[in-house]
Write a protein that binds this ligand. Structure first.
Ligand code: SAH
Ligand code: SF4
Ligand code: F3S
Length: 451
């Protein structure tokens, strides 16, 4: 019987992508199969996140539960990967000696070897090195699961914002060669993938080598991806305002496959705080990008991340953030209270803002952002949206579910043969977390022709 693998994934889409790759390598090397039940697993892997304190706390509660499984079945192997593993390394096993393997985001392809070492009785196997791009060369060919796929194009971050752990956990920016990325996307498209989400901690910092030794920019990559047969929708996460150059904005004008949505985190609307965060740009630079994007893509859906209560944030700084969201008009956003991360400069900044004030500010921001989200959804009622059909709806198996260009979940009645295709759906209702709609006639005509 095949050995069973259980993987728990915390954190961002890069971790989701990496977890899929962990499954792929262990399937190729050890014939392992995923299980949904940790109690049945031979190998338990935790892919961790350390972006905020709360994320990090999840590590010890998860592996604490797994220890009980290992107490009963001592042959079980426990591995911890991802950003906490990268930061803590062997220290993790000091606190939790029952963890057999500690591996980093760049060494997951070495899991088969690390597992063999652990099984041979070697205690505390650790590999959290940064062997640059080796990981991607060592991975099995990608397998499509449905019509959407993530493709990691660059790793790491060299921006060193003063609050952030990513440059320490993932290393400096490294890009995959252009041909490798396109080959991966072509393989996925051949398996029916229609939407690609290009991933990177700073995806627009992509600088990939071309076959003739030149350097391809992110904008050029977008053109190449759009040219792959079968790829009709392109997203990317996460981009940074600093390298959001005019050629990327032009790409939005020229490439219809690029969705009418952009996630561009600004973190704060205050120039003083942006400087303290070492973001490298001013609020005016951000607004200028947004102005240009709205010019090439009228009605574009915009989203952002915000950090509230950065050390020294004054009422005026907060007011500047509130003012920026009014100027931009975000479709949806993520907002967090500043979490001091060990080893980052901002962890040592004097912070006199009380937690009560921070929570109050976060509440005010969230309420306003939620209102904006609902207004955006309401404005979608009566419009026809292009939807990539993903499968049966969770709540009603007779209905199908898919996503609009601005990533709203939309449910509608239609024949299951539409799964994996784009359909035009008229939005009829906006609910807090999803939309309802019906397939419009033009699409039905198209479908009948195919049928
Ligand atoms: N590279 C992306 C963000 C990656 S981290 C960018 O620069 O925009 C995802 C989000 O987590 C960040 O945008 C930020 O809003 C939040 N974040 C990062 N470090 C944080 C910290 N120490 N405290 C609170 N939020 C944080
Ligand atoms: Fe972190 Fe800043 Fe890099 Fe984003 S750009 S990953 S916030 S250091
Ligand atoms: Fe978390 Fe690492 Fe992603 S810290 S957000 S898993 S890059």
């Amino acid at each position: 019987m095949a050995q069973k693998l259980y993987i728990q994934t915390n954190g961002c889409q890069m971790n989701e992508y990496d977890s899929d790759k962990m499954r792929d390598v262990l399937q190729a090397s050890h014939g392992m199969e995923l299980t949904e039940f940790p109690e049945l697993a031979d190998v338990l892997l935790l892919n961790t996140c350390s972006i905020r304190e709360k994320a990090q706390e999840k590590v010890f509660s998860a592996i604490g539960r797994w220890k009980k499984i290992k107490d009963k079945r001592p042959d079980v192997i426990i591995g911890v990967g991802g950003c906490v593993a990268s930061q803590e390394g062997a220290a993790l096993q000091k606190r939790a000696p029952y963890v057999d393997i500690v591996f980093g985001p760049q060494t997951l392809h070495r899991l088969p070897e690390l597992l063999n070492q652990a099984r041979k009785g070697q205690q505390h196997v650790v590999d959290i090195s940064f062997p640059e791009i080796e990981k991607f060369d060592a991975l099995p060919a990608p397998r499509a699961e449905g019509p959407k796929a993530y493709v990691s194009v660059m790793e790491g971050c060299s921006k060193y914002c003063t609050y952030c752990v990513v440059p320490y956990t993932r290393g400096e920016e490294v890009s995959r060669p252009l041909n490798d990325v396109i080959a991966e996307i072509t393989t996925l498209a051949e398996q029916g993938v229609r939407e690609i989400n290009l991933l990177g901690q700073n995806v627009n910092a992509y600088r990939g080598e071309t076959a003739d030794g030149e350097i391809a920019s992110f904008a050029l990559l977008l053109h190449y991806v759009a040219a792959v047969d079968g790829i009709d929708r392109i997203r990317f996460t996460t981009s940074h305002p600093l390298e959001f150059t005019d050629d990327i904005i032009e790409a939005f004008a020229e490439i219809p496959e690029l969705v009418n949505h952009l996630h561009l985190p600004v973190q704060s609307g205050s120039n003083r705080i942006l400087a303290e965060m070492k973001r490298g740009h001013k609020r005016e630079d951000y607004l200028e990008i947004i102005r240009k994007m709205k010019a090439v893509r009228p009605g574009i859906s915009l989203s952002s991340d915000f950090i509230i209560g950065f050390p020294g944030e004054t009422e005026q700084d907060f007011a500047d953030t509130m003012d920026l969201i009014e100027t931009v008009g975000f479709d949806f956003s993520y907002s967090f209270i500043f979490s001091p991360r060990p080893g980052t400069p901002a962890a040592n900044y004097i912070d006199e803002v009380s937690i009560a004030t921070k929570e109050q500010r976060l509440q005010i921001l969230k309420e306003r952002l939620n209102d904006m989200t609902m207004a955006f959804s309401d404005a979608m009622i009566g419009t026809v949206q292009s939807v990539l059909v993903e499968g049966a709806s969770k709540k009603n198996p007779l209905h199908l579910t898919g996503r609009t260009e601005n990533n709203r979940v939309i449910n509608f009645a239609a024949h299951p043969r539409l799964i994996g295709q784009f359909v035009d759906v008229l939005v009829t209702e906006a609910l807090p977390n999803s939309l309802r709609g019906r397939v419009v006639e033009t699409s039905i005509e198209k479908i009948t022709q195919i049928a």
